[in-house]
Write a protein that binds this ligand. Sequence first.
Ligand code: AMP
Ligand code: ZN
Length: 494
Amino acid sequence: MPRFFNTLTGRVDDFQPLEDNLVRMYACGPTVYDYGHIGNFRTFVFVDLLRRSLRQNGFQLRHAMNITDVDDKIIRNAAKQGVSVQQYTRKYEQAFLEDSSFLNIEKPEILVRATDHIKEMAQFIKQLVASGHAYRTEDGSYYFRIATFPTYGNLSKKDFGGIIEGARVDVDEYDKDNARDFALWKAPKPGEAFWETEIGPGRPGWHIECSTMSMKYLGESFDIHLGGEDLIFPHHENEIAQSEALTGKMFARFWMHARFLLVEGEKMSKSLGNFYTLRDLILKGHKPSSLRFLLTSVPYRKQLNFTFDGLKQAAQAVERLRNFKLRLETAQFPKSGNPAITQLATATVEKMRAALGDDLNTAEALGAMFDMVREANSAADAGQLQQENIAPLLGALASFDEIFAVMADNDAEKVRQVLEWAKQEGRIQEASEETVEVAKSVELSDAKIDALIADRNAAKKARNFGRADEIRNQLASAGIILEDTKDGVRWKRR
Ligand code: AMP
Ligand code: ZN
């Protein structure tokens, strides 16, 4: 049984779903007012790791995520550009989905937009008013009355002894230390987008979105609620208050939060110039798999400090794993078995499983994998790796990759797509030479590369070394790297 740190209880608890084998989980999704940054993706990669690890433990998943496509910033920016909220947000929603797929983040079973649930949100608020938990103000806005919810503060462990009855707040993000009645619904201001509903015209507050969508798709009580640590208060505290006030039942049992990503030791911010999106990194010549590896390498509750050195090391680590796999797949090994290596592979799978079950200890799981790679490589160098060991070793790699998802050599195609996007956005001049090189290697298909290598082998055999070198250079300039080994030629894309 896996164990996870539960923000609500403040300790590591054994995890078992409420309903049989099905895990119902909700992760707060992106606010699509701009491109997501790598900090956002620390949280989304963590959610993905949790998903994959639960599935590896044999659980079924019903994972819901919202797209927040209406909030203060979106309304303001859309109005500034003179476009509808929908026109404004679709571009960033699309970019978020693409970035997620570049990072091999799986799509949740249920992915829904806030603006498709306005009617349900209005009904929710109406019921809260009827039960005395919410009230309407003169302008037609609605607020949650936190004095009616005595356990307010349980999640964030804040003491709200000094709750000021009736003090209100209507911005989505507010003062972190004061408890205030928060906006459920905002009456329209002149020139702003709004929806007509049974509680009047206006737009929802941010918190009510997540309560409405999570309960609609997962039920009144579900297993896990996730997000970055900044969401604990007020967002998740408010979600609990609204939801439990409505149903009288426990909302989510487990609350898990990813620690904020730092960049070069500081908080990421535009003014510090250390603010990066995945696309910024790709244009600088980095691969999506390097960022995914880096983000998974530090357990989600530990501080992770993003540095470009760290990103390079992550790229090297991915290379080591991929080279090891290529070696297993292409080298010739003696026939008899080496039981110690087979045992090592089995023990590695167990160690990884145990580490991930211990509050997703990815660092320990990676440690086990790299120990295996090191030992198996030295066995191979010493001629002690044998055919029977290959399947168990590849099996351990496959089990590793079910969670970490960095083995597939498909960065080049993703980089090519980002270059296409950069052209359309007028940002192509930002693309480094490295980026262009990486993208190039997709121009040759696997079959074409194999054919060129066969030509090169034939030329070498005929002692036509000029032609052989010409082919090597042709491949190199297309971003294909050849490696001559005693077992023949191996190749890979840059
Ligand atoms: P947003 O798009 O602002 O609603 O945020 C989407 C997710 O990213 C939320 O779960 C945030 O908590 C999370 N997040 C924002 N900044 C960071 C950061 N620097 N590190 C980790 N997670 C973050
Ligand atoms: Zn949320």
